[in-house]
Design a protein around this ligand. Structure first.
Ligand code: NAD
Length: 376
C-alpha cells in the first residue's frame, strides 16, 4: 500500500473559517480505507480507542500511533465527517504524521490524534467535552490532547476540569502557538539561507509568503524586522491588508506568488500547494514555510524540487515550533527552554541539508529516514 502524507500540526485557530476550509478540503485527505486495521497496521500502529456517548452526542476516536519516545501528543479535531470510516482514517493518518513531527524535532513524545465526529448541533458543549475528557483520562496519560480544527482554548479548559492530560488551556496552557510556529519557520529560513546562499543573516533576502493568516502574519513581522524583503499574497484581503498596514511589504495576487523572483518561497496557506503544476513555475532557490503537507505527492514533488536545485525545508520539521511550544508547556512550562528548543530547528535542518547533499538525495526523504531511525 502506498502511504503518503505526513501531516499533523496542532492546528490552531479553529474558529477561522478559512482555516477550517483549508484543513478539510486542502489537507490532502486520502480516501477512507475499507480496512482501517490494515491501514493502521501498514503505518506501524499502535492503538485505536473509541468512545460513544449517546447522551452528549460524542462519537470519538483516539489514534495513538506510538508511545515509544514518550506519551503521544496531538490535537483534538472536531469537524463533520462524511462517514465513520473517513473519521477513523483521518485520525489514523494524522496521528502517524504527529509521530514523525515529534520525532524529527526530538520531542519526548509519540504521535496521536483525537477525532470527534461533530454532530449538526452540540447541544451542551460543556457536557460534550467533559465526556471526551473522561475518555482521555481513561487512557492514563498515554495520550495528551490539544487544540485542533473545530476546538478552541475554551474547550481545552473544559477538558482540563476532568483530566490533566491536556495542553493549550488558558491557564498556563500557552494560548495561540502561531508566533512560535513563525519563529521556527524564521529559524528554518535562516538555516536554508546559510546553507544555500552562504549568508549569515536575512538582510535583503527576498521572501515570498503565500498566506497572511496567523503564521504568515508573525512570519512577515519577524522577517521584516530581520531586514528581509517580503512579498505576500492571500485570497483573504482583510488578512493581507492587516500585514500591509503594519509592515513594509509588497503585495501580489495569489496566482502570481508562485512566479515571484525571490530567494525563499514560504508556503503558509494550503496543503498540497507544491505539486507538478506549481513547482515548475517557482522562481526561487529555497522553499521554506509553515504549511502542513506542502508536497502533494511527497516522493515525486520532493524529487522534483531536488532536480530543480531548489532547497526544500521539510514541512514537518520547519513548522514544528507550535508543537514544541505546546508540548513544552505541558512537560515543564519553561518558556526559555521551549524557545531554545524551537531555535534548534536551525541545527536540525542544517544536519538534514548536509546529509541530503552528501547522499545526493532529496531533503524530505532524508528527514523521513531520520525520523524513522528514531521511531523504529
Ligand atoms: P490561517 O487560516 O490563519 O491562515 C491561512 C491563510 O492562507 C489565510 O489567510 C487564507 O486566506 C490563506 N489562503 C488560503 N488559500 C490561499 C491561496 N490559494 N493563496 C494564498 N493564500 C491563501 O492558518 P495558519 O494558522 O496561519 O496556518 C497556515 C499553515 O501552517 C496551515 O497549513 C497550517 O496547517 C500550518 N501550521 C500552522 C501552525 C500554527 O501554529 N498555526 C502550526 C503548524 C502548521
Amino acid at each position: 500500500m502506498e502511504i503518503k502524507n505526513l501531516s499533523g500540526g496542532l492546528s490552531l485557530n479553529p474558529n477561522n473559517e478559512d482555516f477550517l476550509a483549508m484543513q478539510t478540503q486542502n489537507d490532502n485527505t486520502p480516501p477512507s480505507y475499507d480496512d482501517v486495521f490494515q491501514y493502521a497496521k501498514d503505518l506501524n500502529y499502535g492503538e485505536l480507542h473509541f468512545k460513544i456517548d449517546k447522551k452528549t452526542g460524542l462519537f470519538a476516536v483516539v489514534a495513538i500511533h506510538s508511545t515509544k519516545l514518550g506519551p503521544a501528543i496531538g490535537g483534538c479535531r472536531c469537524i463533520p465527517y462524511a462517514s465513520t470510516q473517513a473519521a477513523i482514517t483521518d485520525a489514523v493518518r494524522l496521528a502517524y504524521g504527529m509521530s514523525y513531527k515529534a520525532a524529527i524535532c526530538e520531542l519526548p513524545h509519540g504521535g496521536a490524534k483525537a477525532v470527534l465526529m461533530r454532530p449538526p448541533v452540540i447541544a451542551n458543549r460543556q457536557a460534550y467535552f467533559q465526556s471526551f475528557a473522561e475518555f482521555v483520562n481513561e487512557l492514563n496519560g498515554r495520550y495528551v490532547t490539544a487544540m485542533d480544527s473545530g476546538t478552541d482554548v475554551n474547550d481545552m479548559d473544559i477538558i482540563a476540569t476532568k483530566t490533566r492530560y491536556v495542553t493549550c488551556t488558558s491557564e498556563g496552557g500557552g494560548g495561540d502557538p502561531s508566533p512560535f510556529t513563525a519563529l521556527g519557520v524564521k529559524r528554518g529560513i535562516e538555516a536554508a539561507v546559510k546553507f544555500k546562499l552562504g549568508q549569515d543573516n536575512l538582510r535583503d533576502v527576498h521572501v515570498a509568503i503565500q498566506g497572511a493568516g496567523h503564521v504568515g502574519y508573525y512570519l512577515a513581522r519577524d522577517l521584516v524586522e530581520a531586514g528581509a524583503r517580503v512579498t505576500m499574497a492571500d485570497i483573504n484581503t482583510a488578512n493581507l491588508e492587516r500585514c500591509k498596514n503594519e509592515f513594509k511589504i509588497e503585495i501580489v495576487s495569489p496566482e502570481s506568488i508562485y512566479e515571484i523572483n525571490c530567494d525563499v518561497f514560504a508556503p503558509c496557506a494550503l496543503g498540497a500547494g507544491l505539486n507538478a503544476t506549481t513547482i515548475p513555475r517557482l522562481n526561487t532557490t529555497i522553499v521554506a514555510g509553515a504549511a502542513n503537507n506542502q508536497l502533494k505527492d511527497i516522493d515525486e514533488d520532493d524529487k522534483l524540487l531536488f532536480e530543480r536545485g531548489i532547497l526544500y525545508a521539510p514541512d514537518f520539521l520547519i513548522n514544528s515550533g507550535g508543537l514544541i511550544y505546546a508540548a513544552s508547556v505541558y512537560d515543564h512550562g519553561n518558556f526559555e527552554q521551549a524557545k531554545n528548543h524551537i531555535l534548534n530547528i536551525y541545527d536540525a535542518l542544517i544536519k538534514i541539508f548536509t546529509r541530503a547533499k552528501a547522499e545526493h538525495k532529496p531533503t524530505n526523504h532524508i528527514a523521513q529516514v531520520i525520523a524513522d531511525e528514531r521511531l523504529y
